[in-house]
Design a protein around this ligand. Structure first.
Ligand code: GDP
Ligand code: K
Ligand code: MG
Length: 298
């Protein structure tokens, strides 16, 4: 009897902003490899999350949400997301089970016609709906595209994720383990650290402030074997945003630092001294040079 062949592949996760792409990947790989917030454009990079099973290895490619771009950063993000439809083995198209397909979904469906690999439709957030609403919704979607499978899930509660993993593995080609089994992300630690800081800023600020924030880790050094010194800069677009991020008497920046430090310590497994700075870089989202300096160009 022959042993079942090992399977592996790259799986792009695409969809409108805020449908739960990053939440899904974090849940599946069992660690926060991609930051999450209720704000669009939280994810600004192509992030790899790795799930290793006895019979397969799935390399998830998290992408920024696909939407109509309004500035250079937006254009870059959409290009990045659409680029993720190429050179992968499978596409997961995420939408929400809470509403029928909308204009944003139809735009993505158009793009998917060019994809030469199977597409699994994932209807997320089923924790928010009553189950009888699912069948007509699935029927509606089935008329729009020849999906390899349609799987309703909740990325938040984990409902039906086993079934999703099964479907993914079934549609992967035979292949090697690309990453050692203990690896959950391909991102360097400085990147994850900067993202964890940016996530806290997203959670604690409102309106236009979070969209204009970028974080750069300037220094990361082990001063003692059990302590990591980290110096990072939070860039904002306006002086008024800097004031908000620092807060009265520095109270907001302290809160951002404290919450970020706790998660960074858990991620690195070491104590962290976090030295946080705030600087203004006007209109960086519209400026190619600044975008590159802040890590948003290949
Ligand atoms: P992304 O922009 O597609 O990556 O979406 P995120 O993963 O950042 O999630 C956007 C928002 O939706 C966050 O507030 C998540 O907590 C929330 N969310 C994600 N998945 C679910 C889900 O299955 N159920 C519910 N109720 N909320 C979810
Ligand atoms: K989001
Ligand atoms: Mg995301």
């Amino acid at each position: 009897m022959t042993e079942k062949e090992y399977r592996s592949g790259f799986v792009s996760v695409v969809g409108r902003p805020n449908v739960g792409k990053s939440t899904l990947i974090n849940h599946l790989v069992g660690q926060k490899v991609a930051i999450v917030s209720d704000k669009p454009q939280t994810t600004r990079h192509r992030i790899l999350g790795v799930l290793t099973l006895p019979e397969a290895q799935i390399v998830f490619v998290d992408t920024p949400g696909i939407h109509k771009p309004r500035h250079r950063l937006g254009e870059y993000l959409v290009t990045l997301a659409l680029g993720a439809l190429k050179g992968v083995d499978l596409v997961l198209f995420l939408s929400e089970a809470t509403s029928p397909p909308g204009a944003g979904d139809y735009f993505i469906l158009e793009q998917l016609k060019k994809a030469e690999v199977p597409v699994i439709l994932v209807l997320n957030k089923i924790d928010l709906i009553s189950k009888p609403r699912l069948l007509p919704l699935i029927d509606l979607w089935r008329q729009e595209h020849d999906f390899a499978a349609i799987v309703p899930v909740s990325a938040l509660t984990g409902e039906n994720l086993e079934r999703l993993v099964q479907e993914i593995v079934e549609h992967l080609p035979p292949g090697p383990q690309y990453f050692p089994p203990e690896v959950t992300t391909s991102q360097p630690p400085e990147f994850v650290v900067a993202e964890l800081i940016r996530e806290k800023v997203l959670h604690l600020t409102h309106e236009e402030v979070p969209h204009g924030v970028a974080v750069v880790v300037e220094e990361m050094a082990s001063r003692r074997k059990d302590l990591v010194y980290l110096r990072a800069t939070i860039y904002v677009e306006r002086e008024s945003h800097k004031k908000i991020i620092i807060g009265a008497g520095g109270q907001m920046l302290r809160q951002i630092g404290q919450k970020a430090r706790e998660e960074i310590e858990a991620f690195l497994g070491k104590k962290v001294y976090l030295d946080l700075w705030v600087k203004v870089k006007e209109k960086w989202r519209r400026d190619d040079v600044a975008l590159r300096q802040l890590g948003y160009k290949p």
